[in-house]
Design a binder for this molecule. Structure first.
Ligand SMILES: O=C(O)CCC(=O)C(=O)O
Length: 278
């Protein structure tokens, strides 16, 4: 038995590459998160979306608190151990009726992490039924390791590089990770997954929070930053990121811009190396 997951759940994660639903927050708390996010969107005059959806935990103290919340971190710790850094964070919003989708992919493809032990906690801020474009996964596919991807330009694809799996895989046995507001799923960095457009009448919003054990390294030539969210770091592979003190403050925006620029640079480098190796 781990902190919160049973031995059977941990074994299930290792066998299938995903686990859901996990109750993290109450529906009221999830509504509160959504309200704060949407209040900021109104104030900012734009909605979160592709190109503008990375690392919000560096901008907003309430998001920083969420990514460190035991309800999220305890199940993560049960899988990757007690010393945890937050490597990446993507807000995944889909409006009703728009064409936004996510192509079949494995998260590890351009992350350059070694070993590939990265895990994503996907926290639902809204209802996520199948028709809203729930994340669809291929059970056990993480055990195949890194598979071949190619880049396809499509503005509706929420993946920044439009990376799409080209390897063959079994589509006959997929699972939709449907969630209620406040629930979350966990998935492995090699798990094959995607999501379709939102055909429901409400927005579908998820926080994709990607954690690594502090022992993991990143191959990038530019040193990366990653927030230490639990435990201690005996390795020093990443620079720390300061925690935000006020919503969208000037120094918060500067820290965020620098961290995102570093992430984009490493992502571009991994992509170039990946392409050159094909
Ligand atoms: O939210 C989505 O539709 C896709 C999420 C995803 O690809 C991820 O969290 O890795």
């Amino acid at each position: 038995m781990g902190k919160v997951l049973s031995d059977a759940q941990v074994a299930q994660y290792h066998r299938d590459g995903f686990l859901f639903p996990i109750d993290a927050f109450s529906p009221e708390e999830a509504r509160g998160f959504r309200d704060r996010l949407e209040a900021f969107e109104r104030q900012d005059g734009r909605r979160f979306g592709k190109g503008h959806n990375f690392k919000p935990h560096l901008l907003f103290p309430w998001v920083d608190a969420l990514v460190r919340h035991p309800a999220v971190l305890d199940p993560v710790e049960d899988i990757i151990g007690p010393d945890i850094r937050l490597f990446h964070f993507t807000i995944w919003p889909k409006s009703p009726g728009d064409t936004a989708f996510v192509s079949w992919h494995q998260d590890a493809t351009y992350f350059g992490l070694e070993p590939a032990v990265h895990i994503t906690a996907w926290v639902a801020l809204t209802e996520v039924p199948v028709e809203a474009g729930a994340v669809e996964v291929v059970p056990g596919s993480h055990r195949r390791g890194q598979l071949h991807h190619a880049q396809f330009g499509d503005d509706s694809n929420l993946l920044s590089r439009g990376q799409t799996l080209t390897a063959e895989f079994d589509r006959g046995n997929t699972v939709f990770m449907t969630l209620k507001p406040g629930q979350m799923s966990l998935h492995h960095t090699h798990l094959i997954h995607r999501s379709g457009p939102n055909l429901s009448s409400d927005r579908r919003i998820g926080f994709g929070i990607s954690y690594i054990p502090t022992s993991a390294t990143c191959r990038a030539s530019m040193r990366q930053s990653a927030a230490l969210v639990r435990g201690v770091d005996r390795y020093g592979h990443f620079d720390d990121e300061p925690r935000p003190l006020v919503d969208y403050g000037e120094s918060e925006r500067a820290v965020h811009a620098e961290a995102v620029a570093r992430f984009r640079a490493q992502n571009a480098e991994q992509f170039a190396q990946y392409e050159a190796a094909q």
